[in-house]
Design a protein around this ligand. Structure first.
Ligand code: F0G
Length: 430
């Protein structure tokens, strides 16, 4: 840890036992995906693998056009280049950090409008990813023509992998239509969101995840997708939409930034594996096991007295570091301290989503502004770990809990001007 500057991003993966840094691109592909890989058509134009992907996107999402990209943020880049201009306000439940980055690069403002309970780690509510409809309508009224679109992130990564309800999606789409603003989805974890709707929302219990996903997407004009999550592949993404005019504009940018329209940023074999993954991810047995594993880990942590965002998310569990280490003040990185201890105690790698990731200086007053939640995310790769591994993570927490009163904070000694948590270095204050 000393060599790594107390930053787990600087570790080699061989030095990690259980890697819960991210669920992005870390999943295991199935036998069918590996088989599809072998059939990849590497033609520059008109690749058969592209048409397989197009057909999967049409079936799974119901959108007519697909623009393949090398990963999710590249799809965001094209969406923002095409639709966002200086002074715009981009509304959403909670934009992911690369999404915010792309909005701000256009000198526009990302506006997050989660409901109040979405910000309360302890609030036990079924759909904490919902957008606040009252705030949304007020913003649509206030900003008028400066809102290029509304973006709903399903599930909502920032506050714990929390789902958005169908009722909320439907109401958002009605408001958008009333104000003449299109609705898009950040669909990175769409299947997990659809599964939660099936489990938790009245009227959806008997319906298939495929059917629920199609209904979700039918309320929007298109989506960005990081295929590294619910595409079940290790790299890739796309932008999808119904509008032909927007597709043509997007293709112009795709050709400049990514590649020709039938491969974008991906190899033909990766398009083929993604076409299979997009359908596989809607399998109910898989999703029960997947979301069930996060719930299993959360239950173990609760039994050990570890406070987490409740309920467990779709892709992992988010520990409330402020509540776990209340004696370490936020400027001394309690979340990062917990990340360091998880590694020292069990060679478990997690990620801080608190002061290191989100604190920033107010441009007017120069004062540090600290995030409301100080979280440590345990993100579970898909189809990789067993529940025994989750038990080990719980035991690691138990051992840390027994000595947590003696833990001290950290001091940041190097920080980059943007996205500082990836490369920051710290000193131990003990
Ligand atoms: N949207 C969401 C909701 C995400 O969680 C991510 C990535 C992206 C977009 C960007 O996609 O990485 O393919 O370019 N999240 C990863 C994570 C990095 O660890 O949560 P990308």
């Amino acid at each position: 840890m000393r060599e790594a500057g107390y930053n787990v991003f600087n570790l080699r993966s061989e030095d990690v036992y259980i890697d819960l840094l991210t669920d992005s691109g870390t999943s295991a592909m199935s036998d069918r995906q590996w088989a599809a890989l072998m059939t990849g058509d590497e033609a520059y134009a008109g690749s058969r693998s592209f048409f397989e992907l197009e057909s999967a996107v049409r079936d799974v999402m119901g959108y007519r056009f697909v623009v393949p990209t090398h990963q999710g943020r590249a799809a965001e880049n094209i969406l923002m280049t095409a639709l966002v201009k200086e002074g715009d306000m981009v509304l959403g439940n909670a934009h992911f950090d690369t999404t915010e980055g792309h909005i701000m690069l256009r000198k526009a403002t990302p506006v997050n409008l989660l409901t109040e309970e979405g910000y309360d780690p302890a609030a036990e509510a079924p759909f904490k990813g919902d957008i606040d409809l009252v705030k949304l309508e007020a913003a649509l009224k206030e900003y008028g023509g400066r809102v290029p679109f509304v973006l709903l992130t399903v599930t909502c990564n920032n506050n714990g992998g929390q789902p958005v309800s169908m009722a909320n999606i439907r109401a958002t789409s009605e408001l958008c239509r009333r104000y003449g603003v299109p609705l898009y989805f950040d669909a990175a974890r769409f299947a997990e969101n659809a599964y939660f709707i099936r489990e938790r929302e009245p009227g959806y219990g008997g319906r298939s995840v495929a059917d629920i996903s199609r209904e979700m997407f039918s309320y929007g004009e298109g989506c960005t997708m990081s295929a590294k999550k619910d595409g079940l592949v290790n790299i890739g993404g796309f932008l999808a939409m119904n509008d032909e005019g927007f597709y043509q504009t997007a293709v112009q940018w795709e050709i400049v930034y990514e590649g020709f329209r039938t491969y974008g940023g991906m190899a033909g074999r990766d398009l083929a594996a993604l076409a299979v993954g997009l359908r596989e991810v809607e399998d109910l047995d898989y999703l029960e096991n997947r979301v069930g594993q996060a719930a299993y880990l959360a239950q173990g942590l609760w039994a050990a007295g570890v406070p987490t965002v409740r309920p467990a998310g779709g892709h992992g569990v988010y520990v409330d570091a402020k509540a776990f280490l209340p004696h370490i003040p936020q400027p001394q990185f309690p979340g990062q301290r917990l990340v360091v201890e998880l590694y020292l105690e069990g060679a478990v790698r997690a990620v801080e989503l608190g002061t290191a990731a989100f604190a920033h200086r107010d441009p007017e007053t120069g004062e540090m502004v600290y995030p409301r939640m100080e979280l440590v995310r345990l993100a579970i790769p898909r189809r990789v770990y067993t529940d025994r591994h989750m038990d080990f993570v719980v035991h690691t927490f138990e051992r840390i809990a027994a000595r947590k009163a003696s833990l001290t904070g950290l001091k940041m000694v190097y920080e980059a001007p943007v996205l500082r948590h990836f490369t920051a270095r710290y000193e131990d204050l003990s």
